[in-house]
Design a protein around this ligand. Structure first.
Ligand code: AMP
Ligand code: MG
Length: 501
């Protein structure tokens, strides 16, 4: 493996920055430069994302190690660490902020959308508290793999533009290679960004932030009456849909603190996250989530709890009369449940091949899920194999084999076929439609751990590369990668994931 630093010459102007957050008043951030690292080496450049951002791919292939390590700040960047607060596992922390992340600036992508370019792991900032501002290689690779997989699955998410190793160790429970991931986001505003100012009684800043967020993410509501209420409702709607999408693919975020929840509706901060293998609604991976606050099936409720914290920061903007304002906030928050349920059930219907809707569909979905729970069926494999059953009952044997007892699932298959008989799609069309929403490939936790171990222990990135490649086409059958569909063998099973911070 060649860790030699690339030559420090070449085109530093691969980015055309157009920074807006840096124009906000100074209480919103602290200006800070990345701390240079010893021997940066480019692990991965996301070429298709670079192209989408209008960047010079050839220049970045040459110079990426310098730029994505923070060793050379590109022209036009205005590096800053954002201020935010947050509820962490229910406890309010009035000051968090970017302690190990630096926003380089914003670019306008090929679709005209403003995107943040942020280094994660570039050294200390005024928000680092006692932290080193660095990231270890494992969490960097995990964020790269999982955020790109989420994108390929069609779920709103931040993206990974590049990963570098720094050539410097980081000190955690063990000594680990240091690394930096470059994250691209619609923005990095969080629920916790609003909380930061509200907690200080600084409503003027809350209003500036809300106006900025409306301009950037919800421009259509600018001219509505009660724009701040409309803004809150819009954030609520996006979050409700996002969490439904997570549940459809078995995703468990792991740390749904209010500082890890975006205003844009993108998934952010891939810490101890994981896709579950065997279906269990109480499933938790994160080693720090001892009471299961952020378990799979708790995510909708927690998202609504977080939105209530957002409402608290905005409520004085809803109406001059405090009682009216609170009433409006409660009504808006009350819409979350129905919006979530609609998205969730629509998605579940599609997953089992239904186009029309009937009253009893919820029961049909629930009884499949409870059979999966009881039968310890692999979440991803069950739905993928159901796509084959939809085309031809010959697929039933493979489908049934994902359950501990193949017999136990036969009554459900009968009910399902009965229900399908009232649909008009051909079996082929139904199967194809199902395959477009039921992934064959997700980044399974044991595969991620194997990729991280090979990279960390042997500087071998081939498993990382393969996992990124296979999960880039999650809905396609890729016979050469069939093994990546398999759940872990008992000895490969990962029970706990760690933040690694
Ligand atoms: P996260 O785990 O990414 O949600 O981070 C929670 C808070 O801890 C944020 O304010 C981070 O900036 C901060 N933090 C996490 N790891 C570090 C680190 N290694 N150095 C400094 N701050 C950190
Ligand atoms: Mg965070």
């Amino acid at each position: 493996m060649n860790y030699a630093p690339p030559s420090p010459t070449g085109n530093a102007e691969a980015f055309v920055f157009d920074n807006s957050y840096a124009r906000l008043p100074q209480q919103f951030f602290a200006r800070v430069e990345p701390t240079p690292v010893a021997e940066p080496w480019l692990i991965k450049l996301n070429k298709s994302l670079a192209e989408e951002l209008g960047l010079d791919v050839a220049a970045l292939e040459r110079e990426g190690a310098l730029i994505f390590s923070g060793n050379r700040v590109p022209i036009g960047a205005e590096p800053l660490a954002m201020a935010y607060a947050g509820h962490q596992f229910g406890t309010f922390v009035p000051q968090l902020g970017d302690g190990r992340a630096i926003l380089l600036g914003e670019v306008i992508d090929r679709n005209g959308t403003r995107r943040d370019i942020q280094l994660k792991g570039p050294g200390q900032t005024p928000f680092s508290r006692r932290g080193d501002g660095r990231a270890a290689l494992g969490p960097v690779l995990r964020e790269y793999i999982v955020s790109e997989a989420m994108f390929a699955l069609g779920i709103p998410t931040t993206r990974a533009l590049a990963a570098v190793v720094t050539g410097q160790p980081v000190y955690r429970e063990q000594i680990l290679p240091g690394a930096i991931v470059t994250r691209v986001a619609a923005s990095h505003m969080r629920v916790g960004t609003f909380q930061f100012f509200a907690a200080r009684g600084d409503m003027a800043s809350v209003k500036i932030l809300a106006d900025y967020a409306i301009d950037r993410h919800y421009p259509d509501i600018k001219d509505k009456d009660r724009p701040y209420l409309a803004f809150f409702k819009a954030v609520t709607a996006r979050q409700a849909e996002l969490i439904a999408r997570w549940l459809h693919v078995g995703f468990i975020h792991g740390v749904m603190n209010t500082d890890n929840m975006t205003i844009s509706g993108e998934t952010i901060d891939f810490g101890p996250c994981a896709f579950m293998d065997a279906y269990d609604p109480r499933k938790v991976f994160s080693s720090i989530d001892q009471i299961g606050r952020y378990a799979y099936a708790s995510q909708p409720g927690i998202s609504q709890w977080n939105l209530a914290r957002l409402a608290e920061t905005l409520v004085p903007l809803f109406d001059e009369n405090a009682d009216t304002a609170v009433e409006l906030a409660n009504d808006a928050l009350g819409e979350y449940g129905a919006t979530f349920q609609r998205h969730w059930l629509d998605g579940m219907r599609t997953k089992i091949g239904l186009v029309t809707s009937e009253e009893s569909d919820l029961d049909l979905v629930q009884s499949l899920l409870s059979a999966m729970h009881k039968g310890e069926a692999d979440f991803t494999l069950t739905f993928r194999r159901l796509c084959d059953s939809a085309r031809d009952p010959a697929g039933d044997a493979m489908f049934s084999a994902t359950f501990a007892s193949a017999e136990a699932i036969q009554p459900w298959l009968q009910d399902w076929r009965q229900r399908l008989s009232r649909e008009t799609a051909t079996p082929e069309a139904r199967s194809a439609a199902m395959k477009a929403v039921n992934p064959a490939y997700i980044p399974r936790n044991h595969r991620i751990e194997q990729a991280i171990a090979a990279a960390t222990d042997d500087a071998d990135f081939s498993l990382f590369e393969a996992l990124v490649d296979v999960t880039a086409k999650p809905y396609e059958d890729q016979p050469q990668f069939a093994a990546y569909q398999e759940p872990p063998k008992p000895e490969e099973e990962v029970q706990r994931t760690f933040c690694g911070t």
